[in-house]
Ligand binder design. Structure first.
Ligand SMILES: Cc1cc2nc3c(=O)[nH]c(=O)nc-3n(C[C@H](O)[C@H](O)[C@H](O)COP(=O)(O)OP(=O)(O)OC[C@H]3O[C@@H](n4cnc5c(N)ncnc54)[C@H](O)[C@@H]3O)c2cc1C
Length: 374
């Protein structure tokens, strides 16, 4: 095995899946997370089949499905509540797994963190990597407490604001997409049984995913700035959803001030023309490709990165070559998602574009992703 002692920087989906997958292969993994407390944010998430396949491979999926909700279809609605199309969603994780799972991010995180502790991964909270020095066949890392340790390899999974990306010398940084998103976790009705997207209302679009027996995660895509209109978050979200009907009447009426809710501009990043590694430090996940959530694939690509990387770095062979091959394979797959998502962003903002066909593009991208990543 090429590595025995790996540092993982960041405890989001990329970092936790990497640490679990490495520990399961007998690698001593140490995970550092800058936050002093480690908990997943309370938002809902749409997890597609290719991510479920990763979670299944590491033995996390059954536990995740105890709190989340698996389903196999997708409904497109007109803003007036009428159905445009009710369809089967592509089985991107294979025929045996649900095509999609709706879940609370904190529930996914709890399962992964539980596995990390069970597997004996050393976790250090409130800790970050300040500096690294590549030693050829290992890396010296200086932490924020001043200590220095040596690792066979460092996996930087420190998210879209990655500091490691800068340390690796990247000229790229995250950019705005021109869209903003409001999200809320709120009550659902029993007939909201799969993800839904609602078109032709006053905002770019709205949608929801059921995440448990009685809750859903709902969103509205809108302009990238929150207007200074004196409204509370709940009032603003209700205002933005006012032209959407059908299930959205229930969602709107039930949004409460103390529901988990937030607004953020949507940003993106894709490091395509630079390596993701330098010596024995490699960045994965949102640190190198933050996909706008137009086809809900960001976390799925992160989970795939982490699982595939754990496989590559535990193979015998030259590490430079293994990391170069890993990056090539992953860039090709991530590019499908980033290119489709950015085209969808463009068509949301300029729906009058000749040839704009979001449904067809989403279908093509998802179809391409049914090819297994590993
Ligand atoms: C609005 C929105 C909706 C989305 N919806 C979906 C969806 O429905 N489905 C989907 O698949 N994807 C979705 N995504 C994408 C998905 O959330 C991300 O791709 C994914 O969570 C990124 O995971 P990550 O582990 O790479 O990064 P992060 O989750 O950002 O984790 C990085 C971690 O590193 C830590 N960290 C940062 N710096 C340091 C440091 N110096 N030292 C140590 N630790 C550090 C951070 O505290 C954090 O815990 C969405 C994204 C957005 C913005």
């Amino acid at each position: 095995m090429s590595v025995e002692n790996v540092l993982v920087v960041g405890g989001g989906i990329s970092g936790t899946v990497a640490a679990v997958a490495l520990a399961q292969k007998g690698v001593r993994a140490t995970l550092v997370e800058i936050s002093p407390e480690w908990y997943g944010v309370g938002h809902g998430i749409t997890v597609q089949g290719n991510a479920l396949r990763v979670f299944n491979e590491i033995g996390a999926l059954d536990k995740m499905l105890e709190s989340g909700l698996g389903f196999d279809n997708l409904t497109l609605f007109h803003a007036d509540g009428s159905v445009i199309n009710a369809m089967d969603a592509p089985k991107m994780g294979g025929a045996d797994l649900p095509s999609t799972m709706g879940a609370l991010r904190s529930d996914l995180q709890e399962v992964l963190v539980g596995m990390i502790h069970d597997l004996g991964v050393e976790v250090r909270l409130g800790t970050s990597m300040e500096k690294f020095e590549d030693k050829g066949d290992s890396v010296d890392v200086k932490f924020n407490d001043g200590s220095v340790e040596n690792f066979d390899l460092v996996i930087a999974a420190d998210g879209i604001k990655s500091n490691t990306r800068k340390m690796l010398g990247s000229k790229h940084d995250k950019k705005g997409t021109g869209l903003g998103i409001w999200r809320v976790v709120t009550k659902r009705t029993q007939d909201m049984t799969c993800s839904a997207v609602c078109y032709f209302g006053d905002e770019y679009k709205a949608g929801y995913t059921p995440i448990s027996e009685d809750l859903c995660y709902a969103y509205v895509l809108t302009k990238p700035e929150r207007p200074d209109n004196g409204l509370s978050d709940a009032q603003e979200m209700k205002r933005l959803l006012s032209s959407y009907h059908g299930h959205f009447d229930f969602i709107r009426e039930n949004i409460r001030e103390d529901d988990y809710m937030n607004f953020q501009p949507i940003e993106w990043l894709f490091i395509e023309d630079e390596p993701w590694h330098q010596g024995r430090v490699i960045a994965i996940g949102d640190a190198v490709h933050a996909c706008p959530p137009l086809i809900a694939q960001g976390a799925a690509q992160c989970a795939e990165d982490a699982y595939v990387l754990a496989d590559y770095i535990t193979r015998d062979g030259d590490m430079e070559q293994l990391l170069t091959e890993f990056t090539k394979v992953r860039k090709e797959r991530v590019k499908i998602v980033v290119d489709a998502s950015m085209q969808l962003v463009e068509w949301e903002i300029h729906p009058e574009t000749p040839g704009a066909n979001p449904g067809m593009l989403m279908g093509q991208a998802m179809g391409a992703l049914t090819a297994p990543a590993f």
